[in-house]
Design a protein around this ligand. Sequence first.
Ligand SMILES: Nc1ncnc2c1ncn2[C@@H]1O[C@H](COP(=O)(O)OP(=O)(O)OP(=O)(O)O)[C@@H](O)[C@H]1O
Length: 493
Amino acid sequence: MSLTQASNGDAESLRLSFQDLSINSSTSTEYFSSVLDSGISSSSKSSDGNFAGKVVKLDLEGVECVESEKTSLSLSLSSSSCSKNVDVNEVSFRSVCPSKPHKGNDLRWDAIQCVKAKDGELGLGHFRLLKKLGFGDIGSVYLAELRGVGCLFAMKVMDKGMLAERKKLMRAQTEREILGLLDHPFLPSLYSHFETDKFSCLLIEFCSGGDLHLLRQRQLGKHFSELAARFYASEVLLALEYLHMMGVVYRDLKPENVLSSNQPSCAMASYCIEPSCIDPSCKLPVCVGHSCFQPTCFKPRLFKSKATKAKSERPRLVNSDSYPELIAEPTAARSMSFVGTHEYLSPEIIRGDGHGSAVDWWTFGIFLYELLYGRTPFKGNGNRETLLNVVGQSLKFPDGAVSFAAKDLIRGLLAKDPHKRLGFKRGATEIKQHPFFESVNWALIRGTTPPEIPKPVDLSCYNQTLKSSLYSNNKGASDSDRSSGPYLDFEFF
Ligand SMILES: Nc1ncnc2c1ncn2[C@@H]1O[C@H](COP(=O)(O)OP(=O)(O)OP(=O)(O)O)[C@@H](O)[C@H]1O
């Protein structure tokens, strides 16, 4: 069974609803409008001649479900079939609560299910917070270790009072729901969610290897070889294919949002188990010494990076003719919101002509271009010029040893008219069949050796001093936060 078939099965039993998701983009259609009015109308018609000059007003206040009958999916993050007698220290975690097909052989998934089965609910006390990984608009992300098992997670901690105050509760819920419905090797897994009096916590797969933007900058000439670019593009393409199957148009693809994962999933060798998955593309974590390592893979992050926080917004669930999907639109049905950086914006988004899944094939084209050439194709001097270039300038390739196939693929993806864009008719299948990907064995891609393997996390640096500083100083946690065990001095914003 293919990944997408398996995932489709999941989708039928998932529930997702978007209401009142607050959007705080600093860029609005008014901005695009002025750019378009002052620029494009005078000179820069798109090369395919279809620039309409149409401007759609953005409603930045919220989104709602437009086709509620299509959002009747139910979400199940945990299974009730766990045995209450399972000991977290038992070796045989596997196959406990495999409520997500691709978590069936995931030790972290099993470990979490077993702790839940044993203790009822997860709490902060089950984890040791080792390091603050970063912070975003609605919370801070910590590297967290499940006590007694040694599995690592990225724990996103959100202050519920702050969420309410800043009207971000729905946004947090949206993030949780989207993450919760995903079950794909190249997308971050949500292992669990729990609440304390004060905090809402998401337990997400920890991606230890940095992002693709940083990796590109470390390359000679600041661009990847075609071999490497093909590898990363292949994994991203599979992830996008899956997201579209799940009804999610990602819209925020860029190297900064692609994280590398190569962390020890669990520190104890005894948790390494034999493969039992019948899917030939499904590979278990490889056991090395006393640690289990996932095959390196790049994982598109579902939510925007801090650097683009002011400019970008949430991924949307959008209907398209090709997929039986979810729709979540801004409150006014006509309205749209700006997602992504200017350089990655598609012409139809800028023109206000819609935002179906073809948007992701455009961003995929820009992404591949950037990987191969070290820069994006339409970047101008400033955002305004960039926007004008996206809608009006024809695609040019700098000199460089890039194959005809790669350029041809990029050309197909960067068709300004979404209807003429590669992927518009048959989605990812059309793109996978392009000669650029001829050498790719899609079924076995998880077993392919990556061009560069990030170093696994060295946990020895998280000594007692750091741990005690993290645990010692609680200024904000309530009694119930304390009661779940050692607590943190969470920093917010
Ligand atoms: N799964 C993860 N593995 C490793 N690091 C992560 C992971 N998730 C987030 N981070 C780190 O934490 C930072 C904050 O992530 P978070 O998701 O809270 O915010 P964001 O995506 O940057 O912005 P926003 O909250 O506005 O969507 C990221 O920039 C990244 O450095």
